[in-house]
Ligand binder design. Structure first.
Ligand code: FES
Ligand SMILES: [Fe+2]
Length: 342
């Protein structure tokens, strides 16, 4: 195995070896050591209007774990696999008093406990604990719900930073907008997408439109535990955006019009799905113009990331150096990857 260590001192460090992006074995390692141990954002309270059962697949195409979030007195996350023969219990979002498996009619209450089962009168020691649904950890932060299989990678310090730094952000008056949300599919490794997000060095070269709106001299990067914050002022000296990245694959971007969450989901070593979820502030205006601008920036980023995907496959490229001033975020990201996969 390649030595994936990266020097702590950015001024002498070399970036992660390109085999990380191109070899299936390292992709598998990332799934097992990083994504299986990560928190993933699932939904927002506003997704629960008229719904109390919210089935989803945890990291579809890779981890592929069927899960369900239920809302009764509290919000909880369970496996969505029936404890009888393994049928998927809930197939759609709905509002029901209990969950009923469509195969042989086993029912569960919203706390995941077995409620009833036809044809099991003469079964001994039934039901037992094992017939209840396995529960997963759940994190409810400002009505944003996260879950994980074994989420050992802590994200609290980033969420705390958002809370203290953005104390005036109107979390109570934002809502999920399907109209302004979209999904992108990219033929590139997930980590190339993230590392591009984590530096502002490329902005003047790649994003001419964005560059004309922001004061690039005010661009700052702050390293957090398992996260990075980047922020920049606009030309008129107001904060243009706070870009929070949460290891390994979540981006919370705060703007004057609301919040844009990007979830970077690996599909295979060279395929990635990026979900852009928009949460406008109820009173915000001109949102479609802002979303169009974000789309333009996204297209510009995807173009360079696709280009780099080709470059890292070259037998003549292994890694490069970091800008000590402008690539601290990328350096931190690479070090986190190396720490978790070793
Ligand atoms: S598999 Fe669910 S009741 Fe049989
Ligand atoms: Fe960019």
């Amino acid at each position: 195995m390649i030595d994936f260590r990266i020097n702590k001192n950015i001024a002498i460090a070399k970036s992660i070896h390109s085999d990380f992006y191109t070899k299936k074995e390292y992709f598998e390692l990332s799934l097992n050591k990083i994504f299986s141990n990560s928190w993933q954002f699932v939904c927002h309270k506003s997704d629960f209007n008229n719904t109390n059962i919210y089935p989803f697949t945890f990291l579809e195409n890779t981890i592929n774990e069927p899960m369900v979030i239920t809302k009764s007195n509290n919000i909880a996350c369970f496996t969505n696999v029936c404890t009888h023969r393994g049928h998927i219990i809930n197939e759609k979002k709905c509002f029901q008093k209990k969950m009923r498996c469509g195969y042989h009619g086993r029912t569960f209450n919203l706390n995941g406990e077995l409620n009833g089962m036809p044809g099991f009168k003469n079964v001994e020691k039934f039901p037992s604990e094992k017939d209840n649904l396995e529960k997963f950890p759940l994190l409810n932060w400002n009505d944003f719900i996260f879950t994980g299989i074994q989420p050992k990678i802590k994200i609290d310090s980033i969420l705390d930073d958002i809370k203290t730094r953005l104390k005036n952000f109107p979390f109570d008056s934002i809502y999920y907008s399907a109209e302004y949300s979209r999904t992108y599919n990219l033929e590139a490794n997930w980590a190339l997408y993230c590392e591009n997000y984590l530096e502002g060095l490329h902005v003047p070269f790649v994003h001419k439109g964005l560059n004309s709106e922001i004061d690039i001299k005010s661009y700052r990067t702050k390293i957090l535990d398992n996260g990075v914050l980047q922020y920049t002022d606009s030309k008129d000296k107001n904060v243009y955006a706070y870009y929070y990245w949460i290891f390994p694959n979540m981006m919370f971007n705060f703007y004057d019009w609301g919040l844009s969450i990007n979830i970077v989901e690996p599909i295979s070593f060279n395929k990635t799905r990026i979900k852009f979820l928009s949460y406008p502030i109820k009173s915000a205006e001109n949102i479609s113009k802002k979303i169009d601008e974000l789309h333009e920036v996204e297209m510009e980023d995807e173009k360079v990331v696709l280009n780099v995907q080709k470059g890292v496959q070259s037998q003549f490229y292994n890694n490069g150096r970091y800008s000590a001033d402008y690539e601290k975020g990328t350096h931190h990201f690479h070090r986190l990857i190396c720490n978790y996969i070793k």
